[in-house]
Design a protein around this ligand. Structure first.
Ligand code: NAD
Length: 477
């Protein structure tokens, strides 16, 4: 049982109201821990601490900031064996995936620690010899970040990394469903030397926290990862208070597969990408758009690989497919399958829940999909792959662009002209062709259209935490 507290002003504490929420293990459906529920007093203390923390951190040299961040990354690596089982117990993913998430989080911190030293401004050639014009980059100020349960640590580091690199303080509203690993991650930051107030971690009722912190004058920027619906609500709130916002929202990733490619290699790469964390990743491939001449062959290869997945509790090292995160998600997946079958889809495999303990859903392939089916329009966020045939690449691109989402897209093709056409025409923030190459620290990570605003990777991620100030100065007369 893990009992997770709030981290405010460099100290761990229960909620001042002593209120707690239960944490459920999705593999058993049973209570496996608790998390402190912040109230208004806790939020006020977190805000005051973030204001003080900002004054300290913005004046800390970038070399020192960078050193502390690197030390935190080293601690994350050295404590991964302790933290990973917490991710398994509360987010439900297999142990190997939990370890990979922590390795990636440490890499993200390392990368931002290096980039911290390169937040340069520039000098603009003046119109008069006695004038100096410069562009200076300054941290935006205290930030609040809202992060979900699917990657409990990796989602936090994508906000904390650039915020710390830029010189901002940050309060994270972490995932109430999986709080234990975030707590350990914050311990790594604290033990590495991040001063009190620079980072805060709170949990509670999401709507209560967002509606108090976003409008609060202390907060200068918000960053949210989660569903499109909630993202639009929070972005509107941020807009009405003129706060900058980064939004990392849902997707419905198309995968265009043309004839002439190595279909086995495509299936080998796409299967773990699709079923990673039981399909609960915003970049999970979802709509498989396959050229008709290889449609059946690809489905058969993908299906054969599907059979190799081992469903179970992530604590078992053999497990490759864990549960989904809640009973609510199970019901949603069952409803999507029912609706698709009613409208003419073919069930290739899976299609229903597995066992009656925990929230397991069988790896599922639906073929003969049509665009009137709900699951072809709403993000499934579960272990379901949708197969649809196409006759021309133009049709596939039109289908890829049909939805309001624009996060990740994938394509397999050996034709350079088609590859160029896809990369120019598909409306998405990221496209990965003939391999899975997304979500590394040095590359942009974010969506367009309803999938969000801004990027949480690469140089663009730090830029989002910096103000641009123009300074022009004439030599004194
Ligand atoms: P949800 O919409 O209930 O919640 C999504 C996230 O938003 C959660 O972390 C939740 O705590 C937070 N949230 C909800 N209301 C909020 C509010 N008023 N203020 C601040 N935060 C708030 O969805 P869910 O059932 O938890 O997850 C399923 C959906 O969420 C999926 O369909 C997917 O689109 C989306 N999601 C996306 C990502 C991602 O990586 N982009 C991650 C998790 C969930």
């Amino acid at each position: 049982m893990y009992h997770s507290q709030l981290f405010i002003d460099g100290r761990w504490a229960s909620s001042s109201s002593e209120r707690h929420l239960d944490v459920i293990n999705p593999a058993t459906g049973e209570v496996e821990g608790s998390v402190a529920h912040a109230n208004k007093d806790d939020m006020d203390r977190a805000l005051a601490a973030a204001e003080r923390g900002f004054e300290i951190w913005r004046k800390t040299s970038v070399f020192e900031r960078s050193k502390i961040m690197r030390a935190a990354a080293t601690l994350v690596r050295s404590r991964a064996d302790i933290i990973a089982p917490m991710i398994v117990a509360q987010a439900g993913k297999p142990l190997a995936e939990a370890k990979a998430e922590l390795a990636s989080a440490a890499d993200v911190l390392d990368w931002f620690s290096e980039e911290a030293r390169r937040t340069y401004g520039r000098v603009i050639t003046p119109r008069f010899a006695n004038v100096t014009q410069s562009v200076v980059k300054e941290p935006v100020g205290p930030v609040v970040g809202f992060t979900p349960w699917n990657f409990p640590v990796a989602q936090i580091v994508r906000k904390v990394g650039p915020a710390l690199a830029a010189g901002c303080s940050i309060i994270i509203k972490g995932p109430e469903e999986a709080p234990a690993a975030p707590v350990e991650f914050f311990k790594c930051l604290h033990d590495a030397g991040v001063p009190a107030g620079v980072i805060g971690l709170i949990f509670g009722t999401p709507a209560e926290i967002s509606s108090y912190l976003i409008p609060h004058p202390t907060i200068r920027k918000i960053s949210f990862t989660g569903s499109v619906q909630v993202g639009k609500h929070l972005a509107a709130m941020a807009g009405s208070h003129m706060k900058r916002a980064t939004m990392e929202l849902g997707g419905h990733a198309p995968v265009i597969i043309t004839s002439g490619v190595n279909l086995q290699q495509a299936a080998d790469v796409l299967l773990p990408t699709k079923f990673r964390h039981a399909g609960q990743a915003c970049v999970a491939p979802t709509r498989f758009l396959i050229e008709r001449s290889v449609y059946r062959e690809f489905i058969d290869l993908f299906k054969a690989k599907c059979e190799s997945l081992v469903i179970g509790n992530g604590t078992d090292e053999k497990t490759t497919l864990g549960p989904v995160n809640s009973a609510r998600r199970l019901e949603a997946l069952e409803a999507y399958v029912g609706d698709a079958l009613e409208k003419g889809a073919t069930l290739e495999c899976g299609g229903s829940r597995v066992g009656d303990q925990g929230y397991f859903f069988a790896p599922t392939i639906l073929s003969d999909m049509t665009t009137d089916m709900r699951i072809m329009n709403e993000e499934p966020f579960g272990p379901i792959a949708l197969m649809m045939a196409f006759d021309s690449v133009d049709d596939a691109i039109a289908e890829a662009n049909r939805l309001p989402f624009g996060l990740a897209a994938y394509a397999w093709t050996s034709d350079l002209c088609i590859a160029n056409k896809i990369s120019r025409s598909v409306e998405s923030g990221m496209i990965s062709m003939n391999h899975f190459g997304l979500a590394i620290p040095e590359t942009p990570y974010g969506g367009i259209k309803d999938s969000g605003i801004g990027s949480e990777g690469g140089l663009e991620a730090i830029e989002a935490y910096l103000n641009t100030k123009f300074v022009t100065q004439m030599d004194p007369a």
